[in-house]
Ligand binder design. Structure first.
Ligand SMILES: Cc1ncc(C[n+]2csc(CCOP(=O)(O)OP(=O)(O)O)c2C)c(N)n1
Length: 539
């Protein structure tokens, strides 16, 4: 009997990092991974599509710290790649494990023009494509290469908090290979700049009149929430979070100004944009930040992706964990300034009349407790989602920077395995059309997300961007290409085996459906039918 095979090596290294779920859609190229997963203590979650597997792995990676996904070469990977690109920009550590062509496939291609399975007739399409969207992408053609390539893929994903790709020639899976030796190097060494930079940054904050810290996704990904909460308290400084990082810290207490989500107006926007010293800690900046970053350059200290930039100066290397620890130490050398009280969530007025976008979010806000993980999609409601009174830490997961519609539904599949909280998806009908089949995965694996679909019959967000007058004047028709085919969502849910599906068009019926879904441990769908001409409060 072989002591350690290539498959064993990969699964052992993943289990060492507490990965207990493998997402994917198997094919002959990668099936040995799925064969071996149960014996290695891993649940193989087979999704209904390859892209769903990617989003699910993303939801798992953000809640658990690392994920693994494997799909068919070419036909699967090139569908999965949207999810991996989003994971790259939004800092989600996923290891893509691909079964690739053998030496004989490659020889057949070059000598005889025989196109191996799911190849486009080039030897390395998947590897080349994934180099663009991962922090490392390598192929093992021999068993001797496997340990280094696997270790690099897993360690790089964790160190960089980005996806990585490893390809194994498909005839190697069950061949003998060396056993894992020694621990992986999972942290970067200090750059040596951190103490000096921390001194400068704390000095700037102390000297400022209205400093503010904007907390970003890297703080959650690197597990630095406790230290940053401590830093905020020690400085007595006001603070906000980027939308991608909402609920990284509990949204309460002194100095909290709300989520910063430009260009939406509100107290957080004023506080961030008028801060005379703004420290951005691990924020990914989407397009909406361009105005802030260009106009306030002299007032911004940016810490991101292993670098620090002070007031538009040159980027300096700094290791994030070491830097944050140094900031906390330096902050402790003087008493905190008196921070203003944090903003409080407002209570909605009683709901009357037909259901509106605004009411859906108000009712969700009223129902939220610390058992829920809110997972909003990219849709008209995402700005309202930014203002939901999420309770506690790590209660929010969104793809607001990459903004691929449908992400939420499938990400909730992965989050069900990765988070102790129960996913509460809020999605538009157009986004739901893209990932509806994830309901089937929920039923199959007996997981319990509650999926709220806001049914307005439109790609409303696109209508809003391209022709806002539709929402303001009753005579204006929607653009023909934003009008959706209407689905009977309840019948769809029933058809894939979901027992709890509700269609509601009043606030009280919405409340009742959400309460019933919460009381049950089964997955549920709530279709909230709204007047298509209504807009959310924050659009
Ligand atoms: C995968 C993908 N395709 C297309 C888009 C462009 N897009 C952004 S929002 C949107 C419409 C979303 O409509 P819906 O889910 O019905 O929600 P609504 O805006 O009506 O609230 C589209 C098509 C996108 N962001 N992602």
């Amino acid at each position: 009997m072989v002591a350690c095979t290539v498959v064993d090596y990969i699964l052992t290294r993943l289990r060492e990092q507490h990965v207990d779920t493998l997402f994917g859609v198997p094919s002959a190229f990668c099936a040995p991974l799925f064969d071996a997963a149960p014996a290695a203590g891993m649940t193989a979650v087979v999704t209904a599509t390859d892209l769903e597997a990617g989003y699910a792995a993303d939801g798992y990676a953000r809640t658990r710290g690392l994920a693994a996904v494997s799909v068919a070469y070419g036909v699967g990977t090139l569908s999965l790649i949207n999810a991996i690109a989003g994971a790259y920009v939004e800092r989600s550590p996923i290891v893509v494990i691909n079964g690739g062509p053998t030496e004989s496939h490659l020889a057949g291609l070059s000598d005889l023009d025989v196109v191996f399975s799911h190849s486009i007739g080039r030897p390395d399409t998947d590897l080349s494509a994934y180099k663009l969207v991962t922090a490392s992408a390598q192929r093992a053609a021999t068993t001797a290469e496997v340990p280094t390539i696997v270790d690099t893929a897993i360690a790089t994903a964790i160190r960089r908090m980005r996806p990585t790709y490893l390809e194994i020639s498909k005839d190697l899976w069950n061949r003998a290979c060396a056993s894992p030796a020694g621990p992986l190097r999972l942290t970067d060494p200090p750059a040596g700049t951190e103490q000096g930079l921390a001194g400068t940054i704390i000095g700037l904050i102390r000297a400022a009149r209205s400093p503010l810290i904007l907390v970003g996704a890297e703080i959650q990904r690197y597990g630095l929430a406790d230290q940053v909460a401590d830093l905020i308290t020690k400085l007595g400084v006001r603070w906000s979070t980027a939308l991608l990082a909402k609920s990284v810290l509990a949204e309460q207490g002194k100095g909290w100004v709300g989520v910063y989500d430009p260009p939406r107006p509100g107290p957080a926007r004023e506080a961030v944009e008028q801060a005379d010293l703004l420290l951005t800690l691990g924020c990914v900046f989407p397009n909406g930040y361009a105005q802030l970053l260009a106009s306030r350059r002299e007032h911004i200290v940016s810490v991101y992706d292993g670098t620090v930039r002070i007031r538009g100066g040159v980027r300096q290397q700094a290791e994030l964990r070491t830097l944050v620890a140094a900031l906390v130490t330096q902050a402790a050398t003087a008493p905190p300034r008196p921070a203003p009280a944090g903003v409080q969530p407002t209570m909605p007025a009683p709901a009357t009349g037909g259901l509106t976008y605004r009411q859906v979010f108000e009712r969700i806000g009223v129902a939220l407790d610390d058992s829920w993980l809110v997972v909003p999609d990219t849709f008209l409601g995402v700005f309202s989602a930014a203002r939901l009174p999420v309770k506690g830490r790590d209660g929010f997961l969104c793809g607001s920077v990459w903004a691929s519609i449908g992400h939420s539904v499938a990400a909730s599949v992965g989050a069900s395995f990765g988070s102790p909280r129960r996913p509460l998806v809020v999605c538009g009908d157009g986004g739901f059309h893209m990932m509806a089949q994830a309901l089937s995965t929920m039923v199959r694996y007996r997981i319990d997300p509650v999926v709220i679909v806001i049914d307005n019959g439109l790609y409303g967000y696109e209508q809003f961007i391209l022709g806002r007058r539709y929402f303001e004047q009753s005579g204006v028709q929607p653009l023909p290409y934003v009008v959706l085919n209407r689905w009977d969502f309840v019948s769809f849910a029933t058809a894939v085996g979901m027992g709890s599906a509700y269609s509601v068009d009043t606030a009280s019926a919405f409340d009742a459906a959400l309460a019933a879904a919460k009381a049950s441990s089964a997955p549920a769908l709530i279709v909230a039918k709204v007047d298509p001409r209504t807009l959310p409060a924050d659009a």
